[in-house]
Design a protein around this ligand. Structure first.
Ligand code: PXL
Length: 290
C-alpha cells in the first residue's frame, strides 16, 4: 500500500468551478502552499459557481466517482485525510460516503464541509432532502465545518428570522449536531451577541472552544471553502482542532481585509491568493533543512 513518505496526502472530493473562488479552485492552491499533496476528485465541473452568476454550465461527474475510487484502490494509494465540500444533490452524496468508507483507514482523518447554504438560504438547487443526505455524510466525519445556516438546515430547523440569534442558539446547534452523532464540530460565521467568529467542540479532547473578533466588513464568497481548506492543511500538519481553527480564521480575516477595498473593481469573491505567502512562510518555518 502506497503512502507519500514526504508529504501528507489529502483527497478532496468537491466540484471544480473554473471561474470564481470556491471548492477545488481554492483547496488545491491552499493545500499545495501548505506543503501537502492535494488530490482533487472533481465531483462536477462548472463554468462558475452557482451564486451570483446565471447561465453557468454544469457537468455532473457522479458516474466517475466509483471508477476513480476503485482505481485508487487498485493502485494502493493511501490518504492521510479525506476532505469533502460542495456536492451535487442526489446519488452523489451516498457515492462519496462509499468512497470515504473504502479509503478511510484508522490513520485517515475525514473532514466534511456541508457546503450547501448561507445567510439563511440554500444555494441554488438544494433543499431539505440534500440537507438530510449531507447529515449522513457529516455523521461519518471526524470533523465538520458547517456555518450557522448549514447547521440549522442539517438539523431540519429554520434559520432565525432576520439572521438574529444568540450565542445560546449557536451553542445549541452544536449540541443538536452532537446529539445526531456528529463528532468534532466547528460552527463558522457565528454572528451573535456583538461578536463574529466561530464556536467549536473538540470530540477527542471533549472540550468546547470559541474564537471571536470584531466583524470585518461583509461576507465574501469563498470564505467558507478557504477556511476549511486551511483548517484541513493545519490539522494534517499536527495542529489541535482549536489551533487549526484559529489559524484558519486569522487567514480568512486577513484575506477579507485585503479583498474589501477591491470588491467594487473585482466583485468575484475572496482574494485568498493575497495570503498564500503566509502559508508558504509558515511551512518554511518548520522546514529547517534548506
Ligand atoms: O462556496 C461553495 C460553493 C462551491 N461550489 C459551487 C457553489 C458554491 C456556492 O455557491 O455554487 C459550485
Amino acid at each position: 500500500m502506497y503512502r507519500n513518505p514526504i508529504q501528507k496526502r489529502i483527497l478532496t472530493a468537491q466540484d471544480f468551478s473554473c471561474f470564481g473562488k470556491c471548492s477545488g479552485t481554492v483547496a488545491l492552491p491552499i493545500l499545495s502552499a501548505m506543503g501537502h499533496e492535494a488530490v482533487l476528485l472533481p465531483t462536477a465541473v462548472l463554468s462558475t459557481h452557482t451564486g451570483g452568476f446565471t447561465g453557468y454550465t454544469v457537468r455532473d461527474l457522479t458516474d466517475d466517482i466509483a471508477p476513480i475510487s476503485e482505481h485508487f484502490q487498485r493502485e494502493g494509494i493511501l490518504f492521510d485525510c479525506i476532505y469533502t465540500g460542495y456536492l451535487c444533490k442526489g446519488r452523489q452524496v451516498s457515492l462519496v460516503r462509499e468512497l470515504v468508507k473504502a479509503h478511510k483507514g484508522s490513520e485517515c482523518l475525514f473532514v466534511a464541509d456541508p457546503a450547501m447554504a448561507d445567510g439563511g438560504r440554500y444555494y441554488y438547487g438544494f433543499d431539505e432532502a440534500h440537507a438530510r443526505d449531507m447529515l449522513t455524510l457529516c455523521q461519518a466525519a471526524d470533523v465538520i465545518t458547517p456555518n450557522v445556516t448549514e447547521a440549522a438546515f442539517l438539523l431540519g430547523r429554520t434559520y432565525p428570522e432576520g439572521g438574529v440569534y444568540s450565542l445560546d442558539y449557536a451553542n445549541d446547534l452544536i449540541e443538536g449536531l452532537r446529539a445526531r452523532g456528529c463528532r468534532s464540530v466547528i460552527l463558522t460565521s457565528v454572528c451573535a451577541d456583538g461578536g463574529y467568529g466561530l464556536l467549536g467542540f473538540d470530540h477527542r479532547a471533549n472540550r468546547r472552544f470559541s474564537y471571536f473578533h470584531e466583524r470585518v466588513g461583509c461576507s465574501v464568497h469563498g470564505s467558507g471553502d478557504t477556511f476549511t481548506s486551511v483548517l484541513v492543511g493545519r490539522l494534517v500538519s499536527g495542529d489541535s482542532l482549536e489551533e487549526a481553527a484559529r489559524f484558519a480564521a486569522d487567514f480568512v480575516r486577513a484575506a477579507v481585509e485585503f479583498t474589501e477595498p477591491h470588491l467594487k473593481a473585482h466583485p468575484y469573491g475572496l482574494l485568498f491568493e493575497s495570503q498564500l505567502k503566509r502559508l508558504i512562510a509558515a511551512e518554511a518555518e518548520q522546514d529547517t533543512k534548506f
